[in-house]
Ligand binder design. Structure first.
Ligand code: MN
Length: 341
């Protein structure tokens, strides 16, 4: 069994790909899962592979742990009809594939199913990946899990249809922040070019993803941004900006949890802060901290210390308690992690 560091260091080898392909080729039935509260990369990667496996004649079940709600702005993804309620997910799958989940607990309620799976293939790009599973396509340098999903599909010898390409493109464009993040290599643009060549309209996709919020979201933003705090001295002068999005904020404008995902990108525009935290209250009263770093501070390492995970520029953690404690813990971990400038 690979340790975390060995898995991360090696990236994806041809032996890993060979093993993944033979697992899937042998299986008649495949169960696919992605992380809870899925984003474009988690859902897009999973649905791309699900569509390919269905085309190959496999019996597939794709799902994610409760709450089983597809984010509003992802309801145009092809392959949504392949989704099943987590209650209908096989209790002990012969072959299971996990997408974009750096640790078993990120699968939420489906972690129990994953633990009983005979074979568990993990397709992921989080630097904090714990090395769980029996087979791995894990590369912390990949810009998105969609990059690894595409390699898997190509290795399976299956065509990338327009629908499959659209699913992968949504993963790529969301996880790279519209090709703005440091992970956007020439290879990422080359992959985007191959996907676009199947007939994807980037303006239409962007419109669905980011220009599709109810007016109430903008009204809720005024309160959320109004109470944002700037701490210029945090992280040895790198600066921290943070805010909260409460259940009451969402209830006042009829917004679901997934509809406030973009708040962190608004705060990111702050010149005086390299670090961004948005504490979002979940439907069950916990707080999910979405964190971003625009500089040399690795938020993935900080969030891992807080029981969460992620990559250097984008990470998250869950906190059960008061939001002031959550930001306090983050600040403490930050001051211990950052070297003098
Ligand atoms: Mn991802």
């Amino acid at each position: 069994m690979n340790s975390t560091t060995e898995t991360a260091r090696a990236g994806v080898t041809s032996a890993d790909l060979y093993r993944a392909v033979s697992l899937l080729e042998r299986a008649d039935r495949v169960a696919l899962a992605c992380h809870v509260n899925p984003d474009g990369d988690a859902l897009g990667s999973m649905l791309a592979v699900a569509q390919v496996l269905r085309a190959a004649g496999k019996d597939c079940t794709a799902s994610f742990g409760e709450p089983f709600t597809v984010p509003h702005n992802l309801r145009f993804l092809p392959g949504l009809e392949l989704l099943a309620e987590p209650a209908d997910f096989p209790a002990a799958p012969e072959v299971m594939v996990a997408f974009d989940a750096g640790s078993l607990d990120r699968l939420g309620g489906l972690a129990a199913n994953a633990m009983k799976a005979e074979e568990l293939l993990v397709v992921d790009h989080h630097a904090s990946n714990t090395g769980y599973g029996t087979a791995h396509l894990v590369d912390p340098h990949a810009a998105a899990t969609a990059v690894l999903a595409e390699r898997l599909i190509v290795a399976l010898g299956m065509p990338i249809t327009h629908e499959v390409a659209l699913s992968l493109y949504v993963g790529l464009v969301t996880d790279t922040g519209s090709f703005r993040r440091a992970t956007t290599t020439p290879a990422v643009h080359a992959l985007a070019a191959r996907l676009l060549a199947t007939g994807i309209q980037p303006e239409e996709v962007a419109g669905r993803l980011w220009e599709n919020a109810p007016f109430g979201y903008l009204q809720a933003l005024s309160g959320v941004l109004g109470r944002a705090r700037l701490e210029p001295e945090a992280a040895r002068g790198r600066g921290l900006v943070w805010t909260t999005v409460t259940r009451a904020d969402r209830a006042a404008y009829g917004l679901s949890y997934d509809q406030v995902e973009g708040v962190v990108d608004v705060l990111r525009g702050t010149a005086e802060a390299e670090l961004v935290v948005v504490l979002k209250e979940t439907d069950d009263g916990a707080w999910y901290g979405s964190t971003r770093s625009k500089g040399d501070v690795d938020v993935g390492r900080i969030c891992t210390r807080l029981g969460g995970g992620g990559g250097p520029g984008m990470a998250g953690f869950l906190w059960r308690g008061f939001p002031a404690e959550a930001i306090g813990r983050f600040r403490d971990a930050l001051s211990r992690a950052t070297a003098p400038l």
